[in-house]
Structures are given as structure tokens and as C-alpha cells.
Design a protein around this ligand. Structure first.
Ligand code: COI
Length: 374
């Protein structure tokens, strides 16, 4: 027998004072990531007695919680990052939203939080995008960034069992390219963090949990203090195996000989890495573009040696917010080197064009990744 599909409904309560057309257009002309939010948000509550209930689309507003709410003390919080794209022809599309829903539920399981039916998660996102469609910017490389998240709301300092109530919420903000210059994405300089680790075996590294990001700020600040753009995380045991960059996955373009096809290698999902939707999409696209692809492992020494031998020609990070961020230079406490000529490479840019082409509807989506919302 097939699984019964439960889709919860949302009570639609439109904002009575949405931003004026003129004010919105002014904000949309140069959207800065994560600063300005649309007129509406989604809320949905869960408690042990009623399960998911009280779904609403309502005015974007502050959340009132007692200071004893569990999230403030034990950080039980998970989130997702997704985008709505204004496609050629004017329709608005989501990109593989079920993958975000599935990862959200995987994060929920790890943080002992309730799972949300995939169909309800996707419906919530679609409802918000449809309601706030005029907030999806038109400019090249712009999108509406969606941030679904869930917090523990039980008013208790008790630490015996997980919270018995939760709030799921989706907010949205118009966004332009996360890292950008006038001519495209810049090549970043990255800092090898050898003192701190992002995740260890058995921990929460594979979950998109706020706590992972809270613990990352110190190393990110160290990276900036060392003149770098982002931190590269190494494994927690030997402090040498490459895991991630900031909040993104890392990919290495390898070429063993000039007449060999280039190959994309990304660190395998060992349980300490976030299973990125962009990472997965690029692995699939690289096959279509005639590149080899593998999930493996690489340490700092190998990274440097292979760059010097011309066997690693390009490196980039990937994630929803930044899409693809080329890496040009690597700096560690006692080591520094350049990747290729230090500029964004052709394979990186080809993959970026292909992915963005599908997301913005410039390239036919024969993989069925885009979902037209309106
Ligand atoms: C995303 O790429 O959507 C993320 O969640 C990264 C975030 C740190 C901006």
C-alpha cells in the first residue's frame, strides 16, 4: 500500500500594510543578502499532543517567546537555505525543494526534533513564494533566498528530554550574488583552520544546525584576521583531511595529464560533512559535461603538492547562497600557495554557467530539478 500523503493547510492572513511598490522596487534594485525581508512569513507549530498544527501565512513579524524557551539555552535549532528564481519568460521556480525537505528532516532526526511531511514543507515554501512573488528580483544573478527553520519552544530549562513543542517558520529575503565583483565571482583566499574543528564523528556535522554555525564564527574571524575570506575546515582527529569551507562544500578539479579529461573530486560524506544540494547537483552535472567525478579524500599536503604539480588546476566551494565560489589561494599557519593562476578557472565557470542556466531556465531542465511555482 502506498504511503498516505498528509498535507497540512495554512491559514492565509495577508499583511494589511505590505510595503509600497515604490519602496519595494528601491529595495529590490540592489538586494543585500539577508538584510531585508518580504511582507510575509510562514509559521507552523508542533506539540506532543497535537502534532503539527496552526499553520499560517502571515505578516512578517517578531516572534514572542518566554526567555525560558529551550532554544535559548540548549540551541535546538535547524535550518535550510533555498532560492526562488525568476526564470526567462517570467515564471518563478524552486530548485529541488524536496531535497531540502529531506535534509531538513535528517537534521530534525539528529537534533531529536519532529519531522515535517515533505509535502507540507514544500507547500509552505510555495505558498510564501506565491504570496510574495513581487519580491523575487529581476536582476542578473538575483533570487529570493528562503530560510526555513525550526526552534524548540518549550519553556523549560530541564535537560532530560528534548523540547515538547516547536515552531517551524519560513522567511524570505531578496538576494544578489553572495560573493561578487563587477565581472563575476572573485577568487577567494582561504585560511586552513588547524586549531578549531567544525565537526567530529558522531557529532552534528551532517545536520544543518545553528550550533554548527555558532561554533564556526571564531575560526571565521581568525580567517579574516589573517587576511583571508573564508575558513577551511579540516578533520577533527588529524587536523589534515579537508572537509568544508565556511558553510559550503569544497570541490577540486584534478587533471592527471594534459590529454586526460578533467575530473571533479569532492570530499566524501563521512558523517561530518553537510550533504549539499548544490554539491550533489554539480556531481551529476559534471558527468553530463564529460568530466570525471568522484567522492574521495584529500589532505593539506596532497592539496599543496597536487597544485604545484599542476594536477589540481582549480578549486571551488559550492552552496545555495553563494552557488559556486572559486578559491584562488590557500593560507595556513606555515604554508601558502596559489591554485592554478589564482583566478576562477574554466571548469569552475562552465559548471557554474550550467547550474545557473538550469536554475534560471536558460538551459532546458531535462533532469526535472526545477519546480515552477507561479
Ligand atoms: C546556504 O548556502 O544556503 C547556507 O545556508 C550558507 C549560509 C551560511 C549562508
Amino acid at each position: 500500500m502506498g504511503r498516505a500523503v498528509v498535507i497540512l493547510d495554512f491559514d492565509v492572513r495577508p499583511n494589511r500594510k505590505p510595503l509600497s511598490h515604490t519602496d519595494r522596487q528601491a529595495l529590490l534594485s540592489a538586494p543585500v543578502f539577508g538584510k531585508v525581508f518580504t511582507d510575509h512569513m510562514i509559521t507552523l507549530r508542533w506539540d506532543a499532543e497535537r502534532g503539527w498544527h496552526d499553520g499560517r501565512l502571515e505578516e512578517f513579524q517578531s516572534i514572542a517567546l518566554p526567555p525560558s524557551a529551550s532554544v535559548f539555552h540548549y540551541g535546538q535549532e535547524i535550518f535550510e537555505g533555498m532560492k526562488a528564481y525568476r526564470q526567462q519568460g517570467g515564471s518563478i521556480a524552486l530548485f529541488r525543494p524536496e531535497r531540502n525537505a529531506a535534509r531538513f528532516n535528517a537534521s530534525a532526526r539528529r537534533l531529536a526534533m519532529p519531522e515535517i511531511p515533505v509535502e507540507t514543507f514544500v507547500r509552505a515554501i510555495e505558498l510564501l513564494v506565491r504570496q510574495d512573488r513581487q519580491w523575487v528580483p529581476h536582476g542578473a544573478g538575483t533570487s529570493l533566498y528562503l530560510r526555513p527553520f525550526m526552534i524548540a519552544t518549550e519553556p523549560t530549562l530541564g535537560f532530560t528530554l528534548p523540547s515538547r513543542s516547536y515552531l517551524f517558520c519560513v522567511i524570505a529575503c531578496p538576494a544578489s550574488a553572495y560573493f561578487s565583483t563587477r565581472t563575476g565571482p572573485p577568487a577567494l583566499t582561504v585560511w586552513l583552520s588547524q586549531e578549531y574543528a567544525r565537526a567530529a564523528s558522531g557529532g552534528t556535522g551532517a545536520a544543518k544546525a545553528g550550533g554548527n554555525y555558532a561554533a564556526a564564527f571564531l575560526a571565521q574571524r581568525e580567517a579574516v584576521d589573517r587576511g583571508c575570506d573564508q575558513v577551511v575546515w579540516l578533520d577533527a582527529v588529524e587536523h589534515t583531511w579537508v572537509e568544508e569551507m565556511g558553510g559550503m562544500n569544497l570541490c577540486f578539479v584534478q587533471q592527471s595529464a594534459a590529454d586526460e579529461p578533467a575530473s571533479l573530486m569532492t570530499p566524501a560524506l563521512t558523517g561530518t560533512l553537510l550533504p549539499g544540494v548544490t554539491r550533489d547537483s554539480l556531481l551529476q552535472l559534471s558527468g553530463r559535461l564529460g568530466l570525471g567525478r568522484s567522492e574521495g579524500r584529500i589532505n593539506v599536503q596532497q592539496w599543496r603538492k597536487q597544485c604545484e604539480a599542476g594536477q589540481i588546476t582549480e578549486v571551488f566551494a559550492c552552496g545555495t547562497a553563494a552557488v559556486i565560489a572559486p578559491v584562488g589561494r590557500v593560507r595556513g599557519a606555515s604554508d601558502e600557495w596559489t591554485i592554478g593562476d589564482g583566478r576562477p578557472g574554466p571548469v569552475t565557470m562552465r559548471l557554474r554557467d550550467e547550474l545557473l542556466g538550469i536554475q534560471y531556465g536558460r538551459i532546458p531542465d531535462d533532469l526535472g530539478w526545477t519546480r515552477i511555482v507561479c
